[in-house]
Write a protein that binds this ligand. Structure first.
Ligand code: NAP
Length: 249
């Protein structure tokens, strides 16, 4: 389905990004596995994709750093000449109560989760505009729909991602570049693992209409839709894949 397409996935060394990179490769895309610090893990993802017959490279880049992003995009352009699909997935979270939340921590989270999507999209869209084709998929979150205690920068950044997606969609539409976002509910990754135990987690899980957290593979449907031409008339949307979490009061 994605044969001949070149896809960049940021934060693909583990978790949701790894799953996205593997899925895109299984659909025939050439995949660029971006990572920041986890070189060994990125190499493992590369080996896994190559093991199933896919083509990929791993490229280090801090998405919040302009020079780093420019170098990454230049490397991909040199290697493959085009980028058809960009998945802005890299993200972090810092948990602390609001009155103690430092400006440095705010900057760190917002710079990676939101500024990173801005810089990466801006550099990649230069190629997509020339191609007159592209699919940008941003990883948002249920935290882009509603807020909660002790994760102020995360919720603010993800709310930003949802509206960034709408604004960029309208700007890039004339170039046949669609821009959509996936809003995951809770999935078990390094980011969330430690908070999936305990009374509050049980209470929250009980409030998911489908009654459980997300499982491996359950973001695939949204990914396939947004990455392929099945979504050729869909842009600016955030699809929440959350067991119904954002539907309930
Ligand atoms: P994760 O397991 O902690 O993985 C985060 C990924 O982001 C890693 O590959 C990490 O790579 C990369 N990353 C962090 N800072 C980076 C930077 N400055 N530049 C480039 N890459 C960077 O988290 P996850 O749960 O898979 O989350 C992935 C995305 O899904 C995030 O945007 C997150 O907000 C979103 N999300 C997750 C959930 C969930 O329940 N898990 C729910 C909603 C939304 P290195 O280790 O190499 O730095």
């Amino acid at each position: 389905m994605l044969e001949g397409k070149v896809a960049v996935v940021t934060g693909a060394s583990r978790g949701i990004g790894k799953a996205i990179a593997c899925k895109l490769a299984s659909m025939g895309a050439t995949v660029i596995i971006n990572y920041n610090g986890s070189k060994d893990k990125a190499e493992e993802v590369k080996a896994e994709i190559e093991g199933m017959g896919g083509t990929c490279i791993a490229v280090a880049c801090d998405v919040s750093d302009e020079d780093s992003v420019k170098a990454c995009v230049a490397e991909v352009e040199k290697a493959f000449g085009r980028i058809d699909i960009l998945v802005n997935n890299a993200g972090i979270n810092i948990i602390n109560e609001f009155s103690e939340f430092s400006t440095e921590d705010w900057d760190k989270v917002v710079n990676i989760n939101l500024r990173g999507q801005f810089i990466m999209s801006r550099e990649v869209c230069k190629l997509m505009k020339k191609q007159n084709y592209g699919k940008i998929i941003n990883t948002a979150s249920v935290g882009g729909y509603a807020g909660g205690a002790s994760q102020i920068a995360y919720y603010a950044s993800k709310g930003g991602v949802v509206n960034f997606t709408r604004a960029l969609a309208s700007e890039l539409a004339p170039y046949h570049v669609t821009v959509n976002a996936i809003g995951p509910g809770v999935f078990d990754t390094e980011m969330t693992h430690d908070s999936l135990d305990g009374d509050f987690a049980k209470y929250l899980e009980g409030r998911v209409p489908l009654g459980r957290w997300g499982k491996d593979g359950e973001l695939d449907g949204a990914l396939i839709y947004f990455a392929s031409d099945a979504s050729s008339y869909c842009t600016g949307q955030t699809l929440y894949v959350d067991g119904g979490m954002v539907c309930v009061l």
